[in-house]
Design a protein around this ligand. Structure first.
Ligand code: SF4
Length: 298
């Protein structure tokens, strides 16, 4: 039996933002409620003892009804499961909606909205696209902390072109970020860098059981990337309600290597290497990890 620990539910392929650096392929598709129910009841029992469920998109908060349905169904089927929700955060300005009172939920928001920071397990995604100055990056981290976020996840723009100059500036942006986190720590204001607890075979995306809006099941959510979509059949495991293949025809890393232009891939790995360097430096300075025993600690 397959024992992955991650189930990704693609609740919608829609997004009301079109960030220039976003690698996703969009459409008008939403997941039907019966597909969502079948995915949770059929696939969650296949996962390891402490599963993670990722509510993904597009922008999942465009369908708060599906978010609520998924959270209710997961808490009934696997009370120990941790649920992650990735959102740009726009909907949270009006309040937490279906996210209120969910103890095992981690919300990854991309905007420093105080209402989002008050959610348990809230994480601020700091998206690092080419073209931003060192000062602007540091200011965004400071705004996030001022909004109340204590957990940060740094995401360089992947599957896009970075010039050598922009990569050099990204290293400076990371160095300046480390300095601001050191200054906070000197004042006793410890924050967590969530990246220190995460690893993936493909930058940005995750291996696991991934259910698309139409009920098709894949081995990685990298099939959502526009560059990879023409080869997504190589990552297909089957359809919910049917027996799944034990493994896809190819690994996500292999499909990415054959789908993404070599210069874009090289830039992606270079940006990812700078993120790894930042994480190593944080670890060496004994910064960025939550204390053992705290919720979310690795
Ligand atoms: S990065 Fe997020 S908010 Fe921006 S277009 Fe992509 S899915 Fe939408």
């Amino acid at each position: 039996m397959r024992r992955e620990s991650l189930l990704v539910l693609v609740l919608t392929r829609r997004c009301d933002r079109r960030c220039g650096f976003c690698p996703q392929e969009f459409s008008d598709a939403d997941m039907a409620p019966d597909v969502l129910d079948a995915a949770i009841s059929g696939l969650l029992p296949r996962l390891a003892a402490r599963p993670r469920v990722k509510l993904f998109g597009g922008e999942p908060m465009l369908r708060p009804d599906l978010v609520a349905r998924a959270l209710d169904a997961v808490s009934r089927a696997a009370p120990r499961a941790v649920v992650e929700l990735s959102t740009h955060g726009g909907a949270l300005a009006a309040g937490p909606g279906p996210l209120a009172g969910r103890a095992r939920l981690e919300v990854f928001a991309s905007r420093p909205i105080p209402a989002a920071a008050r959610l348990p397990g809230a994480v601020l995604n700091i998206l690092l696209a080419p073209g931003e100055s060192v000062v602007a990056t540091v200011a965004r981290v400071a705004r996030g902390r001022a909004a109340g976020f204590r957990r940060f996840n740094f995401l360089p723009a992947y599957f896009t072109r970075w010039s050598a100059g922009e990569l050099a500036r990204l290293r400076e942006r990371f160095a300046a970020t480390r300095r601001i986190l050191e200054r906070l720590a000197e004042r006793g204001d410890l924050v967590e860098v969530v990246n220190l607890c995460r690893a993936s075979s493909t930058p940005l995306y995750n291996d696991g059981l991934v259910v698309d809006c139409d009920g098709e099941v894949y081995s990685s959510n990298v099939m959502l990337a526009a560059a990879v979509a023409p080869r997504k059949a190589e990552l297909r495991l089957g359809h919910i309600g049917e027996p799944l293949e034990k493994a896809a025809c190819a690994t996500s890393a292999d499909v990415v290597a054959r789908s993404v232009p070599s210069d874009v891939l090289a830039a992606t790995f270079a940006a990812d290497a700078l993120l790894s360097e930042f994480c190593r430096n944080m670890d060496a300075a004994n910064l960025g990890r939550r204390a053992a025993g705290e919720a979310g600690a690795c």
